[in-house]
Write a protein that binds this ligand. Structure first.
Ligand SMILES: [Fe+2]
Ligand SMILES: [Fe+2]
Length: 190
């Protein structure tokens, strides 16, 4: 049976716990915005965005297998063969999914991969990036804020696209500001 984009969005809503679909929708908006001047296939990019974190969903995750690689395996084996796509689209979607994580420093070949990586990084920054970390838990503010600081250092200087850099600058400043407020209000007891 052929799969539609809508079917994939429904599956993302079903299996993506509370966060999957909302994250996908934000990353889609970010990718659209930063990709205005970057030639790319928007359908291929959309599919890559939808599928990029499936390997982190409880239904699909495999302990010990990196979630980006796991997402690629699912897309390659179960999803893309059920869609009408050219070999080039498939190649670019799979590359984008596999290399999306900001900790992956391998250079990307396709613009779809570049757009997904930078849009996904933007969703880790700013106020959304911070509250996502607190939502991940555990119920320990100190652990969450340490992870936020690590992410902040991890993504700094990693943005290459002009529009991504513009958004990142604002969001990183907001993060620093929020972390300063957290320190100030926390009396050193987080
Ligand atoms: Fe991811
Ligand atoms: Fe993601």
């Amino acid at each position: 049976m052929n799969l539609s984009l809508n079917a994939l969005l429904e599956m993302t809503a079903q299996d993506g716990e509370g966060w999957g679909l909302a994250h996908v929708r934000r990353v889609m908006e970010l990718a659209k915005w930063i990709g205005v001047d970057v030639p790319h296939d928007s359908y291929a990019l959309t599919l890559a965005v939808v599928l990029h974190d499936w390997g982190a969903f409880p239904r699909y995750r495999v302990p010990g297998v990196d979630h980006a690689l796991r997402s690629r395996q699912i897309a390659e084996a179960d999803i893309l063969p059920r869609m009408k796509l050219t070999p080039e689209m498939c190649r670019n979607i799979l590359e984008a999914i596999e290399k999306h994580d900001y900790r992956d420093t391998r250079p990307v070949i396709s613009n779809e991969a570049l757009l997904l990586r930078e849009a996904d990084m933007l969703d880790l920054t700013g106020v959304v990036g911070m509250v996502r970390e607190f939502a991940w838990g555990p119920n320990n503010l100190d652990i969450c804020q340490q992870r936020i600081r690590a992410r902040l250092e991890g993504v700094k200087g990693r943005f290459t696209l002009p529009r991504a850099r513009e958004i990142a600058q604002v969001r990183l400043e907001r993060m620093e500001q929020c972390l300063n407020w957290l320190d100030e209000e926390g009396f050193g007891c987080l």
